[in-house]
Design a protein around this ligand. Structure first.
Ligand SMILES: Cc1cc2nc3c(=O)[nH]c(=O)nc-3n(C[C@H](O)[C@H](O)[C@H](O)COP(=O)(O)OP(=O)(O)OC[C@H]3O[C@@H](n4cnc5c(N)ncnc54)[C@H](O)[C@@H]3O)c2cc1C
Length: 459
C-alpha cells in the first residue's frame, strides 16, 4: 500500500514533495530556537488545490500537518513537533489584486509583508502592519499569529486589516469567510476567530486585506533618556500631552549597548534608554505636531532629542530598531525572548520588576519593544553552555517571575508572537480552565483528530 508521502509525490512530483533529510533540514527549525523537529516530508504548495489535496490525504491517512510560512516565528508555531508533513505556503506569492478605489488587496499567503507594503505604497496606498521581520515573514504567517509591529500603536494589528479569507480545513474542505466591504456583520465573525489561530484551525490560501490611503507626511524623532524608568514614564506623558504617534518604541540600555557601532543610525553613546516616536498625517501642521511631541519628551525627562532630518535618516533609524532582535541573537549563545504586554501605565513598574528579576537570578536581560502598546520584548541573554541543570532551573524561575509580574500588573503573556510551543505552560496562569476547555472544543470542531499543527497552544 502506498503511504501518504508516496501518494503526494505521485500527484505533485518529487521536486515539490521533499523527503530527503538534507532538504528537510530547513523545515525542522524556526526563529524560536526551540530545537530541531524534522518532518517526514515537506510539501511546497503552489495553489489552493494542492493545499486541499494535502489536507485530504493527510486526514485519510491520519498524518499530522504543520503549516509554514517563512519560519520567522518566535514561539515555535511552525515546528512539526509530531513529525508528518510540513505544508509550506511560501511559494504562493502572487498579489492577485490591488484595488485603489475600494482600498483592498487580495494576496496569496506566501507574499512577503514588505513586498506587499512596497507595492501598495507605489500606488499611494498604505498597509500599516509592520512586524520588524517584514523583509522575511509572510502574510499567511502574519494572519496566523495576528502579527503586530511599531505602527500597531495608532493603526492596530493584522486582525484589523483582514476582511476575508480563503481557508482549507483538515480533510480538504475550503471555506471563504469574510467580505470585501468596509463593514459587514453577517453571521459570526469567523475571520476574527481564524486570525491568530496559529495554523491550528485551517490553512489560509487567500487573504483579502483592507488598505488605507498613504499618510502624506511622516516625521520621526529619537528621544534620549538617562534611565529606562524615566523613559517608561514618558510613554504615558507623551500621550497625555495630546500626541498620537503612530509608533512609540523603547530600547533599554543593554539593547543600545549591543547595537553600538553595528547600526546605520548612531544612538548617542551612554544613553540609558531611547524612545523612537513617529508621527504621520498631513504636511500642514506636521511641524507643530513634532514640536509638541518633542516638548512632551523633554518635559518627561529626555536629555536630548534628535529629529530624523530626511527620508534616509528615518530609514536608518528604523533599520537600527529592526536590528535589535538579530543583534542580540548573534552576540549570545542563547536569547530567550518573551513578549509580554502590560497596561501602558504599568510600564515603569514592569521595567523595575525586570531589573529586580535580572539581579536576583544573575542574568543579563535586554528589553525593547512597542512601548506605546505596553508590549515589551524581554530577552534573557545566556552564554553558559547548555545543559547545566542548576542554570536551567534559574532561567526557568526567571521566566516564571517575568510572567507572574506581568499578570500581577494585569497584563497578558503574549502580545504578538503567539503561544506556539513556547508558552503553553503559562496559558492556565492567565486563562480560566473553562475558557481553555471552550478553546479546545473549538479546535475539535475544526480538526476533530488533532492533526493540524498538533501540540501547539494548549498545555
Ligand atoms: C527579527 C524578527 C523580528 C520580529 N518582529 C516581529 C514583530 O515586530 N511583530 C510580530 O508580530 N512578530 C515579529 N516577529 C515574529 C514573526 O516574524 C511573526 O510571527 C510572523 O508573523 C511569522 O510569519 P512567518 O511567515 O515567518 O510564519 P511561520 O513562522 O512560518 O509560522 C508562524 C505560524 O503561522 C502558521 N502559518 C504560516 N503560514 C500559514 C498559512 N498559510 N495558513 C495557516 N497558518 C499558517 C504556522 O503554522 C505557525 O503556527 C519577528 C521575528 C523575527 C525573527
Amino acid at each position: 500500500m502506498p503511504d501518504v508521502y508516496d501518494l503526494l509525490t505521485a500527484e505533485l512530483g518529487p521536486a515539490r514533495v521533499l523527503r530527503d533529510e538534507a532538504l528537510l533540514d530547513r523545515f525542522a527549525t524556526d526563529e524560536s530556537g526551540l530545537g530541531r523537529f524534522p518532518p517526514e516530508c515537506a510539501v511546497l504548495a503552489e495553489s489552493r488545490e494542492e493545499v486541499e489535496l494535502t489536507l485530504r490525504l493527510a486526514q485519510e491517512h491520519r498524518v499530522a500537518v504543520t503549516p509554514r510560512g517563512a519560519g520567522s516565528g518566535l514561539t515555535g508555531g511552525a515546528l512539526p513537533v509530531r513529525g508528518g508533513i510540513v505544508l509550506s505556503t511560501e511559494r504562493m506569492t502572487t498579489i492577485r489584486e490591488i484595488d485603489p478605489e475600494n482600498l483592498i488587496a487580495v494576496v496569496e499567503p506566501g507574499v512577503i509583508t514588505g513586498v506587499l507594503q512596497a507595492e501598495v505604497e507605489a500606488q499611494g496606498l498604505f498597509y500599516p502592519p509592520d512586524p520588524a521581520s517584514l523583509a522575511m515573514c509572510t502574510l499567511g504567517g502574519n494572519v496566523a499569529e495576528n502579527a503586530g509591529g511599531p505602527r500597531a500603536f495608532k493603526y492596530g494589528v493584522t486582525r484589523e486589516y483582514v476582511l476575508g479569507l480563503e481557508v482549507v480545513l483538515m480533510g480538504g474542505e475550503t471555506l471563504r469567510p469574510g467580505r470585501r466591504t468596509a463593514k459587514g456583520v453577517t453571521g459570526y465573525d469567523v475571520v476574527a476567530l481564524l486570525v491568530g489561530s496559529e495554523g491550528t484551525f485551517g490553512v489560509a490560501t487567500e487573504i483579502t486585506l483592507k488598505l488605507l490611503p498613504a499618510p502624506r507626511a511622516v516625521a520621526t524623532l529619537l528621544a534620549v533618556f538617562g534611565d529606562v524608568l524615566v523613559a517608561g514614564r514618558a510613554v504615558t506623558d507623551i500621550i497625555h500631552h495630546g500626541n498620537r504617534p503612530r509608533a512609540l518604541e523603547l530600547l533599554d540600555r543593554t539593547t543600545i549597548e549591543h547595537l553600538s557601532g553595528r547600526t546605520p543610525y548612531r544612538i548617542p553613546a551612554g544613553a540609558g534608554a531611547v524612545l523612537i516616536c513617529e508621527l504621520d498625517g498631513d504636511p500642514e501642521g506636521q511641524g507643530a505636531q513634532l514640536l509638541r511631541c518633542a516638548a512632551a519628551c523633554e518635559a518627561a525627562g529626555a536629555t536630548e532629542i534628535q529629529v530624523a532630518s530626511d527620508e534616509r535618516q528615518r530609514r536608518d533609524l528604523w533599520a537600527t530598531r529592526r536590528l535589535a532582535n538579530p543583534t542580540l541573537k548573534a552576540l549570545h549563545r542563547r536569547k530567550i525572548a518573551e513578549d509580554i504586554v502590560v497596561p501602558r501605565g504599568a510600564i515603569p513598574a514592569m521595567l523595575q520588576r525586570i531589573d529586580e528579576i535580572a539581579a536576583t537570578h544573575n542574568l543579563v536581560i535586554a528589553t525593547y519593544g512597542h512601548a506605546g502598546d505596553g508590549n515589551l520584548h524581554v530577552n534573557l541573554l545566556v552564554d553558559d553552555p547548555p545543559g547545566d541543570p542548576a542554570r536551567e532551573a534559574t532561567i526557568g524561575r526567571a521566566l516564571d517571575a517575568i510572567m507572574r509580574a506581568t499578570l500581577d500588573l494585569r497584563g497578558t503573556l503574549a502580545g504578538e508572537h503567539g503561544v506556539g510551543l513556547m508558552k503553553q505552560k503559562y496559558l492556565p496562569w492567565e486563562q480560566a480552565a473553562e475558557l481553555i476547555r471552550l478553546q479546545r472544543r473549538l479546535k475539535r470542531l475544526f480538526d476533530p483528530d488533532d492533526l493540524l499543527n498538533p501540540g501547539k497552544i494548549f498545555p
